[in-house]
Design a protein around this ligand. Sequence first.
Ligand code: PLP
Length: 442
Amino acid sequence: MSNRLNVAPNDLSAFWMPFTANRQFKQAPRMLVAAKDMHYTASDGRKVLDGTAGLWCVNAGHCRPKITEAIQRQAAELDYAPAFQMGHPFAFELANRLVDIAPEGMDHVFFTNSGSESVETALKIALAYHRVRGDGSRTRLIGRERGYHGVNFGGISVGGIVTNRKMFGTLLGGVDHLPHTHLPAKNAFSRGVPEHGAELADELERIVALHDASTIAAVIVEPMAGSTGVLIPPKGYLQRLRDICTKHGILLIFDEVITGFGRLGTPFAADYFGVTPDIITTAKGVTNGVIPMGAVFVKKEIHDAFMTGPEHLIEFFHGYTYSGNPIASAAGIATLDTYKEEGLLTRGAELAPYFEEALHSLKDARHVIDIRNIGLVGAIELQPLEGQPTKRAFTAFLKAFEKGVLIRTTGDIIALSPPLIVEKEHIDQIVGCIRDVLKEID
Ligand SMILES: Cc1ncc(COP(=O)(O)O)c(C=O)c1O
């Protein structure tokens, strides 16, 4: 490993980096060259504590031996097999293992390669489901303001983050949005699930009254909105959404790309809130972030609605070259083994109270206007610099990295989501670092 340190590529210009301030980065690159458990190693040899599980994905921590070995073995044994009209055992085994930990009734899995693809897949399943049942007028999709559902056209259409939408034309037609659930005037500094705002779910009734239920296929929400800055649903909100969807025959999709696989201290957010949707989208933690893979869970009734007609015909015209790829499947199985052996799908619940206390100790730190937490997710919202939104949090991110802690920021919100193997001393280090950074920055 050591011979890889300090080796910087000669030229950084060819790689157009995703969701990155490219010019800023390339002037002062932040390169990671190795990782183990809770830490990255930066190209200058420094250890950097991972406060974000990569991008909310490395739930079991980095370079876990079982996962590494499974990938190595699989690459040498069966590197690729077509997923269309052919199979290999690992994808089936992984699907079964996933169904075993999924909420009751989620009996089938469709494999993708990312969260964005899981979202597109879920939206297409919802539309096609109504059509195969002879209810093809249900074509509208309802998302939510400030929602993040990846970057493909379906996802940005139902999503509600303006910067992700405004450059890309008219997007999908027939989409409407629920209001977001962020009510700082009432819920600021809530610990866990906030008290106020369940009635915001009733906005779905207004949308139904406007368009008529017979035109609406599905509602998609993140049970906890992560990428927009950790917006935790108010008490009772998701149950109301569920009830209204059920009443009107609308499918409810939970986008659990972040919340799936133990992030809230339960296997899925659906378990945490006790609300079961009709479809769940996942990715990231399904392979511990190591190999691209996503999985869409669907209820039996939805899957079975497609299983009609002549048996030699394809039931659902959708899929990816890499759906259920052997190496990704092997990584997924080893990931689930690791989660199980170490109790990681529920470990967050044990640590959540400590994490909450630590985060809320920053209440009186400079610039802080709100703190939110749930499971092993936290957000510290900063007062934006006058006329320069996002700059204060971005400076905090740069400073924290210098001090050896990786945090993530969106807008002026610092978001934390450490690997689920995090220990109390790591939490103390992350929070201590943020406290120091806030003292130093304007
Ligand atoms: C809720 C949610 N949906 C979808 C996505 C997109 O996932 P990907 O970047 O793997 O396409 C993300 C990514 O953060 C997400 O948080």
